[in-house]
Write a protein that binds this ligand. Sequence first.
Ligand SMILES: CC(C)[C@H](C(=O)O)[C@@H](O)C(=O)O
Ligand code: SF4
Length: 471
Amino acid sequence: MSRGTLFDKVWQLHTVGTLPSGQTQLFIGLHLIHEVTSPQAFAMLRERGLPVRYPQRTVATVDHIVPTAGQERPFADAMAEQMIRALETNCAEYGIRFYNIGSGSQGIVHVIAPEQGWTQPGMTIACGDSHTSTHGAFGAIAFGIGTSQVRDVLASQTLALGKLKVRRVEMNGSLPAGVFAKDAILHIIRKLGVKGGVGYAYEFAGSTFEAMNMEERMTVCNMAIEGGARCGYVNPDATTYAYLKDRPFAPKDSDWERATSWWESLRSDPDASYDDVVVFDARQVAPTVTWGITPGQGIAVDEAVPRAEELAEEERPLAEEAYRYMDLLPGTPIAGTKVDVCFIGSCTNGRLSDLREAAKLASGRHVAPGIKAFVVPGSEAVKRQAEAEGLHEIFLAAGFEWREPGCSMCLAMNPDRLVGRQLSASSSNRNFKGRQGSATGRTLLMSPAMVAAAAIRGAVTDVRTLLEPQR
Ligand SMILES: CC(C)[C@H](C(=O)O)[C@@H](O)C(=O)O
Ligand code: SF4
């Protein structure tokens, strides 16, 4: 095989041909679908009388619209009920595996595909969802696509795409206590900007990412898209293989041996050339909180909301807009900002290790009066595992609500919504205006441990002040 980056190798191996437009026709190894972006795609397929080209490479779940407090059918929201029914019908008609509510394996698409072993190194993966970059944690090239592209993949199992440049985003050293994968990626986006990655695939490399477990790598790759990159990935290694071994859809027996040596060969070569390289030091990363209306408007928790004059000229108009919308005064320390709602969940931070970190903080403490705090596992499997460890009891005793899996308050497509001007501390990935429900609702992004700390203190809190001295 040719030498180079993992991105180049996977791209080359999946290239079907070059289209007249100059774009590559790329074969898609795995197509993930959910209820929001698939209905019109199926409708377009029907109009043309086309079959699904590879139903066995297509996997469905329902996540955005599901209520997380009581999931009886029919759903109270007629629109949500109609969307889940459409997915049920489409999957049954086209022979597509569907992880429905109550199957034991339902959950947020970016949580369940890795859990089930569908997501594997060296694959090309597409899903009608921006955070598909998550799957890059396994050394896959994973793209979020729009509905017309969902149609294209259903019909042809290929996509027309322009090739990307590759930026090596390197971070070395250990993250300090109280600093997590979420902080690392918020820090990177703060430094490189929300548009910094446009035209690029981000390769996350260096000892910090190498030391991360798969869930942490997923958190990082999940937000590559928020930094403008088209996809993000980590080269596969022993950590990747240990995670995948014995998952339901991972290769078995002698196939496993063949697969791992194949995956190894796809890693970026030491002499691979990159279009750009940036290097970060993990020791410089602090618990990070956003203060504005994009994930790039982040600061260390012990910093103040930046004054316009401290920002680069081109960042100022957006900062002014953010001060007004967020109702935060420039120059005010972010720590101590009172919050109303604390949300732990989403495809960024709704996995078992996230819930464990939050539970450590919540253990033996209580949610501050007047705060609504809730925990939403990313999947039915995460919920089961968390309950087996007794995490739900810790959360409930501390005054958090314990919910059913789904996207929940990450975005306003289900009953979990902010009200009015509420300010939320959220472990999700987007703080856009109105993102969490109310058109005037406000979001501060942070790690799950920081959300738990905010719930306990009722205000943005430096999680390091709540760590046990011995930690
Ligand atoms: C609803 C869906 C298409 C959307 C996305 O593309 O990502 C959602 O998951 C989001 O996070 O904003
Ligand atoms: S959890 Fe949020 S970011 Fe992830 S897929 Fe659902 S809505 Fe999108």
